[in-house]
Design a binder for this molecule. Structure first.
Ligand code: ZN
Length: 142
């Protein structure tokens, strides 16, 4: 098994929407949907878990909320005392809706990288992924 990539490398790969494990491209079937497994290394991109997407949802929510808070603070500081409250109200709604969609695929790949950082994949688990996660064999890291 090749050496495990560093945490930094895995995060950069995930921001580029590549497989954090091997750097392979085309891990997304559509803009928001991950493929079942990485075409290059065989890692099952949900790591064999049915509720894996919840972490990406949470990460996406936090990222968009932080983006909104940052932009809200900048607009208030720059325009005070003539703060455009109506623009902030409706612009905030638009930002939250558009930002959630635009950031979601990145949240998925970054969540996968974070999971691989905190729960490193073993050679046994990668072998399990490459066999398609056979139903008769339990996921090795559980
Ligand atoms: Zn891969």
């Amino acid at each position: 098994m090749p050496a495990r990539p560093s945490n930094f490398v895995m995060l950069v790969r995930s921001i580029l929407r590549r497989c954090p494990n091997c750097g392979g491209r085309n891990i997304f079937a559509t803009y928001t949907e991950l493929r079942e497994s990485c075409p290059r290394c065989g890692l099952r991109l949900h790591r064999g878990e049915s509720d894996y997407f919840i972490g990406a949802y949470l990460l996406n929510l936090v990222a968009v909320e932080l983006l909104f808070a940052l932009l809200l603070g900048i607009v208030i500081v720059v325009t005070y005392p003539d703060t455009p409250w109506v623009f902030l109200q409706w612009g905030g709604v638009a930002l939250m809706a558009v930002g959630a969609v635009l950031c979601y695929p990145f949240a998925k790949s970054i969540w996968l990288a974070a999971d691989l950082i905190f729960r490193p994949m073993t050679e046994e688990e990668l072998a399990w992924h490459r066999t398609g996660g056979a139903a008769d064999r339990e996921l090795p890291h559980l």
